[in-house]
Design a protein around this ligand. Structure first.
Ligand code: C2O
Length: 482
């Protein structure tokens, strides 16, 4: 063990280690080494920070390896998705729009991080996270913009303005609040997958905008580190939030990766429930992690049941270059809706079903319900429902199994409460195509492929408390067996 490891990991865990140091010996290596790695916030991190220097060194070394070597940059990216031909173990195995989005990506990052540690010769390395929700971190982090750096990807493999530092995320595209507020796991995961996850991919575009190329960009991993952090943050809010431990399929599906020696490894969700304990990492400044166990199902837990009240008539709605407005006639629903706005366990949602596009549309549509004409449409508007951005689910050209259309459920209580005050009968449901901000101003995005929405419904989402289990999952099973 080098001196460096002891010291750095010691510092990283100073609080926990201090008592050990006082109580016994300063060099109580076991407890120091057992302390988890800390995944640090990328915000303000200097390009010369050892974390970034090691990341660069590893990428450089990995790019020198042949594609068929599991430790190569190409192979690691291909595990997520690739356009390369050839059948290699674990290629194209990422999970999107399924029950396994959070869990698969957690496993993927874990092994990637170990490989970076090895390839950089930096046994202390931990993947940083990009906290773009923070208004000071909405542009591409500076270390990723330096053309001389391995963290750089040239235009147009990154969309316009990101490398120049002029592009930034609108607040509405990087807003985890709906996901964090959800009580049941699959709703929270699905919302976070959309916003901020898909939006970040679509806004950065280039490689990041395409599921088969995204993981070639080093920024992919710091993006996903943040998405993984949200899983922990979601759990720590309590209120009955728990991993879907009653779902046997979720717990037992096994995925294949490679360790830092190039050996195949297999993992299930049960191996990744407790980051610090099982995977030896924490996030900088996160609250104490919730510990869950596969054999211990926590009761009660929540399940959301969605029940349609009204399906909008008419042909499928098509989203293209222009803003689209669909009237939602609530005249028959007023009596029904009003009490629901007060209810604790039920709320109104707008559901978009069978959402699909031929290719990645390359656009984030902001969705608003009932906004009066003339008010600025942005995330602060109470009528803002959420975003529609297709990255994998719903995109016909990117299927590594069977095609699954995308599905969206937007909590609509706030927008409806505001709209009901105005006595309108027909509430406009508005879809606004948006791109990243350029120099702080909205840009008009180019629509690469229109999006078709098969059905729009007003529905009730009911949080159901489950006091026993296990149960058969009520959501459709993901489409491809592994
Ligand atoms: Cu598997 Cu952000 O992608």
């Amino acid at each position: 063990m080098s001196h460096r490891i002891t010291r750095r990991r010691f510092i990283a865990t100073a609080g926990a280690a201090a008592s050990v140091a006082l109580g016994s010996s300063i060099f109580n290596l076991d407890s120091v080494l057992a302390a988890p790695f800390v995944r640090r916030n990328l915000g303000g991190m200097d390009p010369s920070d050892p974390i970034l220097v090691s990341y660069r060194a590893a990428i450089k070394a990995m790019k020198l390896l042949p594609t068929a070597n599991p430790l190569s940059w190409d192979y690691q990216a291909a595990i997520h998705g690739t356009t390369l031909a050839g059948a290699h173990v674990a290629w194209n195995t990422c999970e999107h729009g399924t029950h396994f989005f959070w869990s698969w990506h957690r496993m993927y990052l874990y092994w990637f991080e170990r490989i970076i540690r090895k390839m950089s010769n930096d046994p202390c390395w931990a993947l940083p996270y990009w906290d773009y929700h923070n208004p000071s971190q909405r542009t591409l982090p500076v270390p990723f913009r330096d053309p001389a750096s391995e963290l750089f990807v040239a235009d147009p493999n990154r969309g316009f303005g990101w490398n120049a530092g002029t592009a930034s995320f609108p607040a509405s595209h990087v807003d985890p609040s709906s996901g964090l507020a959800a009580l049941d796991y699959f709703t929270g995961q699905g919302d976070i997958e959309q916003n901020p996850h898909n939006n970040v991919h679509v806004d950065i575009s280039g490689w990041m905008g395409n599921i088969s190329q995204a993981a070639q960009d080093p920024v992919f991993y710091v993006h996903h580190s943040n998405i993984d952090r949200y899983w922990n943050l979601w759990l720590t809010q309590g209120g009955g939030r728990t991993d879907p431990l009653a779902d046997a399929t979720w717990k037992s599906r096994s995925y294949t990766f490679f360790d830092e020696n190039g050996n195949q490894v297999h993992m299930t969700a049960c191996d990744i429930l407790r980051c610090a304990e099982q995977l030896s990492y924490t996030y900088e400044s996160e609250p104490p992690q919730v510990k869950e166990y596969c054999l211990r199902i926590i009761f009660p837990w929540w399940l959301v049941v969605v029940q349609a009240l009204l399906q909008l008539p008419g042909p499928p709605v098509e989203l293209g270059e222009r803003q689209v407005t669909v009237p939602v006639d609530i005249s028959q629903l007023r009596q029904r809706i009003t009490p629901l706005l007060e209810s604790k366990n039920e709320h109104i949602v707008i559901e978009l079903d069978n959402v699909e596009a031929e290719r990645e549309p390359g656009v984030v549509w902001e969705v608003y319900l009932g906004a009066p004409a003339g008010v600025p449409l942005n995330a602060e508007n109470p009528h803002f429902l959420g975003t529609v951005a297709l990255f994998s689910a719903g995109v016909h050209s990117h299927v590594h199994g069977e095609f699954t259309p995308a599905h969206f459920v937007f909590p609509a209580n706030k927008a409806l409460a505001a709209a009901l005050r105005t006595n309108q009968e027909k509430l406009p449901l508005v879809f606004v195509p948006t791109g990243p901000l350029i120099d702080g101003k909205p840009s008009q995005p180019k629509v690469q492929a229109p999006v078709k929405i098969g059905a729009i419904r007003v529905a009730i989402a009911r949080n159901e408390e489950r006091r026993e289990g296990p149960i058969v999952p009520e959501k459709p099973e993901p489409n491809r067996p592994k």
